[in-house]
Design a protein around this ligand. Structure first.
Ligand SMILES: Cc1ncc(C[n+]2csc(CCOP(=O)(O)OP(=O)(O)O)c2C)c(N)n1
Length: 274
């Protein structure tokens, strides 16, 4: 009997045990993603993985035994755009933190969605700048205590899914680390999309947010994610005031608009034929 985990074949040799903090959601997201790849039977060697600087950047790099590129903070989507246009046959997947995707890298995100570049962006929203010590960021909920907002965050968090949908993405969804089965199914759908796909996963950061949130165990953070989530269908029937501080989960859009690298290839053929 083999004792190897069925997903271990996707992990680069010598990379286990991984370096995530105990109770972090990053390992759960990695597993959910690899399960989707496995269930779809995708060729891992025909995929390119990119990440920025941040805890979530460690999900593909160095963990995944595939082509990975660890880019400067906030720039992974720009590198991914270059890869997709140069090698459109590759499935391009980007793992970024909420600070990376919506803070420093916000413009790259908006414009990649507007151009509908064929890639999947997985935004791990742990509600904080994890790697640098738990500062408040663009998705930190209002009122949440962090090291830079000890009396509670005064700002409203970004709604990344609304933003990316409005910018023009083909597929947008939000789940939490409590919703692993839905997340895997969503990964499967997003991986088969031609255009720009974006999945936000709201996750727990036990190292920096567990105590400020008043919890003793990471599992309590998972229950908090469960209790604060509302399916998008139900949210659409509720008054806006009732949704303050809630995590609206589900699919925001599922469409098939023209994808940039395909349009680019057609242009090259058309101009080349002249
Ligand atoms: C250009 C640049 N600015 C700032 C930093 C410092 N920095 C490294 S990681 C990070 C924040 C990471 O937060 P997030 O993107 O939310 O990812 P997480 O670590 O929470 O997964 C910052 C600000 C950097 N490395 N490069």
């Amino acid at each position: 009997m083999s004792l190897e985990h069925p997903l271990e074949k996707y992990i680069r040799k010598g990379m286990l045990p991984h370096t995530f903090c105990a109770g972090c959601g990053d390992g759960m997201i990695a597993q959910s993603f690899l399960r989707a790849v496995d269930e779809l039977g995708l060729d891992f060697k025909r995929m390119a993985f990119l990440s920025g600087i941040g805890c979530s950047g460690w999900i593909p790099s160095p963990l995944f035994d595939a082509d990975t590129l660890h880019t400067p903070h906030g720039r992974a989507i720009a590198y991914a755009t270059g890869i997709k246009l140069f090698k459109p046959e590759l499935k391009v997947v980007v793992f970024v933190g909420d600070g990376d995707a919506l803070g420093i890298g916000g413009n790259h995100l908006i414009h990649a969605a507007r151009r509908n570049v064929g890639m999947l962006v997985v935004c791990v929203n742990n509600m904080t700048y994890g790697m640098t010590g738990g500062q408040a960021g663009p998705t930190t909920p209002r009122g949440m205590a962090t090291v830079t907002t000890p009396y509670g965050n005064l700002e409203r968090g970004f709604d990344s899914c609304e933003l990316v949908r409005a910018a023009g993405a083909d597929y947008v969804a939000r789940w939490t680390t409590f919703h692993m089965r839905q997340l895997t199914n969503s990964f499967k759908k997003a991986l088969m999309k031609k255009g720009f796909a974006f999945i936000e996963v709201v996750s727990q950061c036990p190292t920096h947010l567990m105590r400020p949130m008043g919890f003793k165990r990471p599992s309590e953070m998972l229950l908090w994610l469960r209790d604060n989530s509302i399916p998008i269908e139900r949210a659409s029937r509720l008054p806006k005031e009732g949704l303050e501080g809630k995590i609206i989960i589900g699919e925001y859009i599922d469409s098939d608009k023209p994808e940039l690298s395909e349009a680019y290839a057609e242009l090259i053929q058309r101009v080349g034929a002249r």
